[in-house]
Design a protein around this ligand. Structure first.
Ligand SMILES: *Cc1c(COP(=O)(O)O)cnc(C)c1O
Length: 425
């Protein structure tokens, strides 16, 4: 459930009409609902029951500081994959002891910052990273607290670009090598092996791959125990999918079902647990609002050309992803829906949000909303075609605020300069 609904013929976010925000902020813009975000966190939390589990929000899904802060105040930690994300989490007030640092290619500077900040754990993804971190910790007279990310080699049945848990993926330590590297990690003087971590992919729409990965993880943990290696924590990653289509039947498992599975496999294991959901928490809490620039009727196709583009929301171009599109003014009952291609102004054929999508009558100036754009929307946006990054608005009840401003062109160009010798020809 989310809080984007029609009231009196107009699309609202919680208690605020979207048209009112658009008037004030201009289009396009991302709009987030606090109530939806909070609800998703609570539902997952409740699904885990009395398990000793920390929910570390995967910041790469949406790194807006106001959103991270909202989750942090509810008790969430953060899963970060770069120094920038770590700094954002800290800026949002997430305590270091609730921060996990994941990622296959951390730089020395990033590892140094993680060590010096004293975060909860660094998830190590390769043997060279393990050895480097060991050295860096010893130089500092410390132990690096780590999770070792292993790759359980299960098929998550998700889009090829977002599957991560097969042996041909770049992530984690190969399953067959994991026992040796875990023993190595356990013996290194600069390393405190605190956890094993897995993360098998994103937008998973069934529980079976989670179950397979969890069972393999549990088996691995038990075999380590026989060698006297006992870990306090297990990190189960993220990946639970969200429904992108209100009308079709692609229904991912409910957070409660996922929670029940976690309890079933790990409830009596004696470990505390880390979860790293991203999309699940923010996906349906965000929408991208755009204005129709032109309606272009062609011989074979009709186009809705809007002011948002692939640089603002790349998921359709990159993953063939579906986003429901709603007219902000509620279509009159009995409106004739006709198929349209919905496209942006960017000079790429890939700048297409939807092909042959049945839409109600739309005209120049009308507002449309791309639903379920809260995850991997704003964070994957770019300034391609020198389009400024779009602002973000956070709504709570009848209040709203711009939580990321639209940059001016001066700000956009401020890091660039023309060397003198360019002038000399
Ligand atoms: C991306 C990522 C996540 C979050 O994935 P979602 O599908 O958004 O839940 C969690 N953990 C790691 C290590 C990731 O890379």
């Amino acid at each position: 459930m989310n809080h984007f609904e029609y009231r009196d013929g107009e699309l609202f976010v919680e208690d605020v009409p979207i048209a009112r925000i658009a008037e004030q902020v201009g289009t396009p813009f991302y709009c987030y609902s606090t109530a939806t975000l909070a609800r998703h966190y609570r539902v997952l939390r409740e699904g885990l029951g009395d398990l000793d589990a920390l929910i570390c929000f995967a910041v790469k899904a949406n790194s807006n500081i106001a959103l991270i802060r909202t989750l942090g105040l509810m008790g969430a930690g953060a899963d970060v994959v770069s120094e920038g994300e770590m700094r954002r989490a800290l800026a949002a007030g997430i305590p270091p002891e609730r921060i996990v640092f994941s990622g296959v290619g951390k730089t020395r500077a990033e590892l140094a910052m993680a060590l010096d900040t004293g975060i909860l754990q660094i998830n190590v993804e390769s043997e060279p990273e393990l050895r480097l971190l060991n050295e860096m910790a010893l130089e500092r007279g410390k132990k690096a607290v780590i999770g070792l990310r292993v790759n359980p080699d299960v098929d998550a049945h998700t889009h090829a670009k977002i599957t991560t848990g097969r042996k041909e993926n770049k992530f984690g330590i190969e399953w067959t090598k994991a026992p040796d590297i875990l023993r190595l990690a356990h013996g290194l003087p600069g390393i405190q092996l605190a956890s094993i971590a897995i993360h098998i992919g994103s937008q998973l729409t069934e529980l079976a791959p989670f179950r397979a990965a969890f069972l393999k993880l549990r088996e691995l943990v038990e075999s380590l125990k026989k060698d006297g290696i006992v870990l306090p924590r297990l990190d189960l990653g993220g990946g639970l999918g969200v429904p992108y289509e209100a009308t079709r039947n692609e229904m991912p498992p409910l957070p409660a079902e996922y929670g029940a599975l976690v309890k079933e496999v790990f409830g009596d294991s004696g470990h505390s647990l880390l979860l790293e959901p991203g999309r699940l928490l923010v996906g349906n809490a965000g929408t991208l609002i755009s204005q129709v620039l032109f309606v272009k009727k062609g011989e074979s196709r009709n186009f809705v050309i809007c002011d948002a583009a692939m640089n603002d929301l790349v998921r359709p171009a990159m993953y063939d992803a579906h986003h429901d599109i709603r007219a902000v003014t509620e279509p009159a009952a009995g409106s004739d829906y006709a198929p349209f291609d919905v496209v942006g102004p960017v000079c790429e054929t890939g700048d297409t949000f939807a092909r042959q999508r049945p839409l109600p009558p739309l005209a120049e100036g009308d507002l449309i909303a791309f639903a379920t754009a809260g995850a991997y929307g704003a964070t994957m946006s770019s300034t391609y075609n020198s389009r400024p990054l779009v602002p973000a608005v956070l709504v709570k009840g009848d209040q709203f605020a711009v939580v990321r401003a639209r940059p001016t062109y001066e700000q956009m160009f401020s890091l660039e300069s023309v060397p003198e010798w360019v002038e000399q020809g």
